[in-house]
Design a protein around this ligand. Structure first.
Ligand SMILES: [Zn+2]
Length: 128
């Protein structure tokens, strides 16, 4: 299929993985089935490049679905040499849960008071 998406995970190598995980982030449960959400999905490698088992990182068992936020939150984590796949998934989920709490507090104070249950202000028409 020459649609220009072969080099991307959404249009190329990740398609089978997304299907396997029902287009859902394994860390936060983000539902990627509708178009704009689907665009926010990415492939996460459980064993990172710098891990002894990272050589195997392109195996299908090492790839899971993560939303871009969770992929970013977990991107710089390091794991002990003897960590199992389940250990890493557990640690990543814990870190995501912890960071979500912090982000939620900020959203609650910055965004929610101004925008919840009120119409969005009109966007200014852009000059063409
Ligand atoms: Zn997520």
């Amino acid at each position: 299929m020459a649609n220009g998406l072969n080099g991307t995970s959404l249009g190329g190598y990740g398609r089978e993985i997304y299907k396997r995980y029902h287009y859902t982030c394994v860390y936060c449960g983000f539902d990627g089935r509708v178009f704009d959400n689907w665009m926010q999905l990415s492939i996460d490698h459980i064993f990172p490049r710098n891990h002894p088992r990272g050589a195997d990182r392109k195996s299908k068992e090492n790839m899971v679905v993560a939303c871009r936020a969770c992929n970013s939150i977990t991107s710089r984590m390091e794991f002990p040499k003897n960590a199992t796949r389940e250990d890493i998934l557990r640690e990543k989920r814990a870190k995501v849960a912890e960071r979500r709490k912090v982000f939620y507090d900020q959203w609650s104070s910055d965004v929610a008071p101004s925008y919840l249950e009120r119409p969005l202000p009109k966007l200014r028409k852009q000059a063409t």
